[in-house]
Design a protein around this ligand. Structure first.
Ligand code: ADP
Ligand code: LRH
Length: 515
């Protein structure tokens, strides 16, 4: 039978890519699932293999206008269209479906005629400063968590909407519908408005138990319930490219699917675990570490540790915590680039490898790192405040960041285990672009004292593809999907080493960060 061809658009906070997937039968005699990854026993032999080809990659640079930071949404739409054209130029003329996933929480407002009212704000914009605390007082943190199960991040959609309400935003008054970023881009392509549930959960306005918008919360915040469309599950068919888009690009009406449109939902769908219960780290701009659960964990401890229960593919929940992640490295790089010291990510990793170990530690999740003016200086300020050595060079700075991230992964992994009922995971699956940083993978294995299984790097795009294949009826469910991904993209294993040094470092890290 012919290969099933799907096109995934994965928009991260730092870059976007268009990836063609081909799900093909494996030649007879070629047993696709013999790669023993160490990540559990090999599953049953699979009859198909997924191959991927990146046909387009583009930067996702936010745009500052005056005091505010925006996403360049129309440029993103342009790049998606470019991706469709490039896929065809690469010889992929028969595309069975396409889908978009992106970072969470951000949205566009549309008027009654379906026009976008303004450029979507970036979640790191300062419009929400102090408002999470204000809403926390108004509604109460406990009831808010009990209803939504979502972690308190200062930029959640709920606080962005509160900011608009508070300043009497004309756009909010004129708005007829709110669409999250992938919903909005999908609407631009198809003319069909739909709200996809995994991404909807990140708004902190969805009820974790019912999966519906929480009417009480909306009322309390005086938000029109009619702004929001009823959430549809990941894997819902969502129309096809509109006649205008087909005419513009000279392509047929490719069907469009609402996949796990939150990039983290897609990333976790691509974790090649053989075990039913596994720990994952989706490693990109953010580090998202946790496990999948069948019911939300809404305990007092989950609230105190600021864990979340985001909606996953197939009605699962992602019990996880956000860790500041490689944003710290991206922002150091940006500051040095601006100063004329242009260093690539691989060069930064090499310099870090040569630097002294454990010169100082930072709490990667310190609020000051969310969007500082100058990240390297912010890191120095943290070290100074905590009476530690001040990193001078890029190598020293990045080493401190990577070691501190790895140690924070241990904290969050151990807390995940406690929240998941005292489970012990025998290793950690890492997916996302961050696994190209092999030093970070090594540090992580050392910090947690367990194996790390790294791959695939394009986790979100692959998770996006497999949900398309499930919607098209080519894959029966997540178990088959994970077996197929494991066979197609065997992970790299990093075994822990130097456990004594890392154990000591962990003790110092905990003291400095107050964990
Ligand atoms: P997002 O989807 O959030 O935009 P990605 O998953 O693409 O992020 O990961 C991007 C990050 O991965 C970069 O910030 C960088 O730190 C890291 N990275 C990517 N490629 C490399 C590389 N070759 N060497 C080291 N780090 C890399
Ligand atoms: C990762 C991510 C994460 C959210 C953040 C806004 O890209 O979607 O899951 O918390 O961006």
């Amino acid at each position: 039978c012919a290969a099933a061809t799907a096109l995934a658009f994965d928009l991260g906070a730092s870059s976007g890519r268009a990836v063609i997937g081909k799900l093909e039968p494996i030649d007879s005699g070629d047993d696709g699932d013999q790669a023993n990854t160490g990540a559990g026993a090999p599953g049953p032999a699979v009859a198909r293999r997924l191959t991927v080809e990146e046909v387009h990659r583009f930067p996702n640079d936010p745009v500052q206008v005056g005091r505010h930071l925006h996403w360049d949404i129309l440029r993103l739409l342009h790049e998606i269209k470019q991706g469709i054209v490039k896929a065809r130029h690469a010889g992929h003329h028969a595309i069975d479906s396409l889908a978009i996933d992106s970072w969470a929480v951000d949205f566009g407002l549309l008027d009654a005629s379906g026009q976008l009212l303004s450029n979507p704000r970036h979640y790191r914009d300062h419009q929400t400063d102090g408002l999470m605390e204000e809403v926390g007082t108004l509604i109460g943190r406990e009831p808010l968590f009990a209803k939504t199960g979502i972690q308190f991040l200062p930029f959640n959609t709920i606080y962005q909407l509160y900011a608009l309400k508070k300043r009497g935003s004309v756009q909010l008054q004129q708005a007829d519908k709110l669409l999250m970023i992938p919903d909005l881009l999908r609407y631009f392509l198809t003319g069909v408005m739909m709200s996809e549930s995994t991404n909807a959960s990140t708004t902190q306005l969805l009820n974790a138990r019912t999966g519906e918008w929480d009417a009480g919360l909306l009322e309390r915040l005086q938000l029109q319930a009619s702004l929001l469309l009823p959430p549809v599950p990941a894997g819902t068919r969502a129309g096809a490219l509109s006649a205008e888009v087909c005419a513009e690009l000279g392509v047929p009406a490719i069907p469009v699917i609402a996949v796990g449109e939150h990039d983290t939902a897609s990333a976790v769908a691509a974790v090649p675990a053989a075990e039913e219960h596994f720990a994952y780290l989706s490693c990109g701009t953010w580090s998202l570490l946790g496990t999948e659960v069948k019911e939300p964990v809404l305990s007092r401890q989950a609230l105190d540790w600021n864990f979340t229960n985001e909606g996953g593919v197939n009605g699962t929940y992602r019990l996880l915590r956000n860790i500041m992640g490689l944003w710290l490295v991206q922002e150091c790089k940006r500051a040095w680039d601006k100063a004329g010291l242009s260093l690539s990510f691989p060069q930064l990793v090499e310099l870090a490898e040569q630097a002294e170990p454990f010169a100082a530690f930072i709490d990667p999740d310190d609020a000051g790192f969310m969007n500082p003016v100058h990240m390297p200086e912010q890191i120095q300020a943290y070290c100074s405040r905590t009476g530690q050595y001040l990193p001078q060079s890029p190598g020293e700075t990045i080493r401190i960041v990577l070691e501190s991230l790895a140690l924070q992964y241990r904290v969050v992994l151990e807390r995940t285990e406690q929240l998941a009922g005292g489970r012990r995971f025998n290793g950690l699956h890492m997916v996302g672009g961050g696994i190209n940083n092999r030093l970070l993978c090594r540090f992580t294995a050392n910090a947690i004292g367990r194996p790390v299984w790294a791959g695939p790097a394009e986790g979100s795009a692959i998770g996006n593809l497999v949900v398309q294949y499930m919607a098209l009826g080519h894959i029966s469910g997540m178990q088959e999907a994970r077996t197929m991904i494991r066979a197609s993209f065997p992970p790299d294993t990093y075994m822990p080493e130097q456990s004594g040094e890392w154990e000591q470092a962990y003790a110092v890290f905990r003291k400095i960060t107050g964990v």
